[in-house]
Design a protein around this ligand. Structure first.
Ligand SMILES: [Zn+2]
Length: 175
């Protein structure tokens, strides 16, 4: 998909036309670290990791609005215009300012720069016939000590297969 189409649509938007290139790069950088958080609450038909879902979860709308200084009502417009581009952007390391945005606006909303997900989003039990992405989850707040950015709040996400008592637990894997 050509970027010029997105730029034309931004140009037509009364508010989003003020976005700078720096704003858009930051948008893409934040989204690249939030893909799992965006996909988890989606219905199954919107859970293909290769395709951005139509709608962002409300907590993410809230966070992005504050972090990017775009009014909440326009976050969906920005998503409609930019989702295909930001979704395929490579994950790039967050900068100090991004970590601050997560700390100030994210942590209280359950959104952290670091979310530790199981490596697989589907059940790994041998013989289990369930091949759909797992949706039932529990989250534990954990603390990660980083070399560059100090102590960071993080979430460790466990995923459950329906009918199974033992979850996929990311902390059982070496990371
Ligand atoms: Zn299973």
């Amino acid at each position: 998909m050509r970027l010029i189409r997105a730029l034309e649509n931004l140009e037509k938007h009364p508010v989003l036309r003020k976005l700078t290139l720096n704003d858009m790069i930051q948008y893409a950088r934040l989204i690249s670290h939030l893909k799992n958080d965006i996909l988890l609450p989606q219905p199954l038909e919107q859970s293909d990791p290769d395709v951005p879902p139509d709608v962002l979860p409300l907590s993410l709308v809230d966070f992005l609005s504050l972090a990017l200084k775009i009014e909440q009502e326009f976050i969906q417009d920005s998503w409609d215009i930019l989702k295909y581009y930001v979704w395929e952007c490579a994950t790039v390391p967050l900068i100090y300012e991004d970590f601050e945005l997560f700390r100030v606006f994210g942590w209280s909303r359950g959104i952290a720069a670091l979310s530790i997900y199981p490596r697989e989003s589907v059940c790994t039990t041998v013989g289990c016939g369930n091949t759909r992405p797992l949706k039932k989850d529990t989250s534990r707040e954990v603390v990660v000590y980083t070399a560059a950015n100090g102590v960071q709040a993080a979430w460790a996400i466990q995923l459950y297969c329906p009918g199974k008592s033992r979850p996929l637990d990311p902390l059982e894997y070496p990371t």
